[in-house]
Design a protein around this ligand. Structure first.
Ligand SMILES: Nc1nc2c(c(=O)[nH]1)N[C@@H](CN(C=O)c1ccc(C(=O)N[C@@H](CCC(=O)O)C(=O)O)cc1)CN2
Length: 296
């Protein structure tokens, strides 16, 4: 058996097209475009690429992009002062501070300064708390993107056994909350889990978000399981001096056992930016007192 490939790139393109179709409703109602402010501190090459892609995708969806690039010498106080200016700016509906931040800047303090209504990353504790108690919230982009792919593939998730490998605040924990809301039986596994292969083998749905290249192998999986690989790990390639991207799942062995699997690249990654645009439009509607955009 060879697993179906879940094409996150194609799904993300479709979602972005639906967002672009929905934006004019906001523009007609408010006489301005929804605005997303992205803040980048320092020169991390991967972060620079992600921020550039976010800016381009924002403009392509018909929204306003405000980019703030700050040197890595920026202090926490300076960064929080910028966040506070963006909180007060009526044209800004969403604020995102690209992570990781340089050493010496406490990301928790910076995220806490973001107005929860503009927290399109869904990282603020007010949004995390609302998600945990099942209230309407801005939800972190990567796990919400994973859930969209899972529902597209499986339809109703009710009663399915799911394992989330990884317990980060950004992916693992919100992913587990989202799956619980869908009535899955959820196990959150992590580095201290005693029998990780056993936990994975029981699961109909495996979400791998552990940050360890190719750690989860095909022989750990239940035959037919749906595998969502959140890992983006750069490892040395066979050719000298070159690198290649792999996920947290060993794709070659997993595709022989799984029913469906996301590839890396081209699986979960592209969903992150598409969901960011979705969250920005949702935040813009909520701030304007408009009903949520339909079909997103
Ligand atoms: N404030 C935030 N910081 C970070 C987030 C986030 O959601 N909010 N997530 C990641 C980085 N990220 C977006 O910011 C991101 C990562 C990966 C991709 C993506 O499309 N990856 C491609 C492969 C890219 C490559 O070739 O290197 C894929 O998987 O197909 C998009 C966005 C950390 N920081």
């Amino acid at each position: 058996m060879s697993a179906d490939i879940i094409d996150g790139k194609a799904f993300a393109e479709g979602l972005r097209a639906r967002i672009a179709e929905a934006v004019p409703t906001f523009v007609s109602a408010k006489g301005r475009k929804p605005g997303l402010a992205v803040v980048l501190v320092g020169e991390d090459p991967a972060s620079q690429v992600y921020v550039r892609s976010k800016g381009k995708a924002t403009v392509a969806a018909g929204m306003e992009s405000f980019e703030h690039k700050l040197p890595d010498t920026t202090t926490q106080e300076e960064l929080i002062a910028l966040v506070e200016r963006l909180n007060a700016d009526e044209c800004v509906d969403g604020i995102l501070v690209q992570l990781p931040l340089p050493k010496g800047v406490d990301d928790k303090a910076v995220i806490a300064a973001i107005d929860p209504a503009k927290d399109v990353d869904g990282f603020h504790i007010a949004n995390a708390g609302k998600l945990a108690v099942g209230e309407e919230a801005l939800v972190p982009c990567t796990p919400l993107g994973c859930l969209m792919l899972l529902k597209d593939r499986l339809g109703d998730l009710s009663g399915l056994d799911a394992v989330v490998v990884g317990r980060s605040n950004i992916v693992g924990k919100p992913m587990a909350q989202l799956l619980l809301q869908e009535n899955c039986t959820v196990t959150v596994a992590h580095s201290r889990t005693r029998d990780l292969p056993g936990a994975v083998r029981r699961a109909d749905i495996v979400v791998a978000a552990v940050g360890r290249p190719e750690m989860i192998r095909g022989d750990w999986l239940k035959p037919g399981a749906t595998v969502i690989d959140v890992g983006i790990n750069r490892i040395p390639a066979k050719e000298a001096g070159k690198t290649r991207l792999v996920g947290d799942v060993e794709f070659a062995s997993a595709r022989d056992v799984a029913g469906a699997i996301t590839p890396v690249p081209g699986g979960v990654g592209p969903m992150t930016i598409a969901v960011l645009l979705r969250n920005t439009l949702v935040a813009a509607h909520a701030r304007a007192g408009l009903p949520p955009p339909a079909g997103l």
